[in-house]
Design a protein around this ligand. Structure first.
Ligand code: SAM
Length: 325
């Protein structure tokens, strides 16, 4: 486990803006985590520390919070914000797929995922997460590691790019879009800029001018998810979280688009079943009794109109809650 603040690279830029990120579903998250003061919790998506701050405020000196983020800027910002609670927090500056390696089995009373990216990551133009402006395409959650979107686009085939568009963002015309984008990229010797991507999207969706921004958002989303291996991360981490939870512990997951939500639902649904035999077996041979999760709500929770008015980012959010049984 990584507990020392010195390990987070204090040299990392720390923005002092108070609105690094406004947490979504804050009250519901606290209610469903049902925090008790001596409990042990994990916030797998620390971001600006909004959820973590509210969780750790409810713990006493025996309680503990594990905070994960793969973005060194988030760790630097939030560890500064939460410095008053340093004895109750362990920061894990690693991808949340590492949860099972970082935390012992059957030890957590609650785990939170607030998936996707923070407002800060989008607002900081140097991160290259947005198609507004003229910053080069980057899209990495950790700029100290991994390959940028630009580098990735220069070596991917049109076939594979089309799969990324349709699998990660349910985009129509994905093959045409992929072919045109690869053709465009081949003509660019310098940075790939938002206007380059916008030009291609406009040419493919010439009849959908009013939807261009939402299509562009999905193009960026698809590439971002691939660059950061987001679905693979979610699958591996959720499985790890189930093993780290104690019986009675809560798993709370906030997702922001249908592909993400589907991944959460499909990863967790096998844990809700008593029988784990292959579907083609006519009779159960596993003996049943394998159920590890119980859903707290039949359907995911949606934000109230008041929350959406106050925080437009909540618009597409869905909250799923499970209890380990
Ligand atoms: C929506 S923000 C979380 C905001 C946070 N709940 C708050 O109140 O400020 C998501 C955060 O999760 C981080 N993140 C996304 N995927 C991750 C992964 N696989 N491993 C670790 N951190 C991840 C992002 O870097 C980002 O900081």
């Amino acid at each position: 486990m990584l507990g020392s603040l010195a390990m987070f690279g204090w040299g990392t830029r720390v923005k002092s803006n108070r609105n690094y990120h406004d947490p979504v579903f804050l009250n519901e998250t606290l209610e469903y985590l049902a925090i008790y003061p001596e409990g042990v919790y994990a916030d797998c998506t620390l971001g600006g520390g909004g959820h973590s701050n509210a969780i750790v405020e409810r713990l006493n000196e025996k309680g503990h919070l594990h905070c994960f983020d793969r973005d060194p800027e988030a760790i630097a910002f939030a560890s500064n914000r939460l410095s008053a609670f340093k004895n109750q927090i362990t920061f894990h500056p690693v991808p949340f797929s590492e949860i099972k390696n970082e935390i012992d089995a059957d030890t957590l009373d609650g785990v939170l995922y607030d998936l996707g990216i923070s407002s800060h990551q989008v607002d900081d133009s140097s991160r290259g997460f947005t198609f507004v402006g003229d910053q080069p395409l980057d899209l990495r959650m950790n700029q100290e590691k991994d390959e940028s979107a630009q580098q990735w686009l220069r070596q991917i085939s049109a076939e594979d790019l089309a799969k990324v568009f349709s699998n990660n963002a349910d985009l129509d015309r994905s093959y045409k879009l992929a072919v045109r984008l690869i053709e465009k990229v081949q003509t660019i010797s310098g940075d790939i800029l938002p206007q380059d991507v916008r030009g291609v999207v406009e040419s493919v969706f010439y009849d959908k001018r009013r939807d261009l921004n939402s299509i562009l958002a999905r193009v960026y989303q698809a590439i971002r998810m691939e660059i950061n291996q987001e679905l693979q991360q979610i699958e591996k981490s959720l499985r790890g979280a189930v093993s780290c939870l104690k019986v009675g512990g809560r798993l709370v997951v906030i997702s922001y688009h249908s592909v993400e939500d589907r991944c959460v639902k499909n990863t967790l649904s096998p844990f809700e079943k008593e029988c784990i035999c292959p579907e083609k077996l006519p009779v159960c041979r596993c003996g049943g009794n394998h159920r590890l999760l119980k859903k707290e709500n039949r359907k995911p929770l949606l934000p109230t109109s008041t929350e959406i008015d106050q925080n437009p980012r909540a618009r597409s959010a869905k909250l799923r809650v499970y209890t380990k049984v």
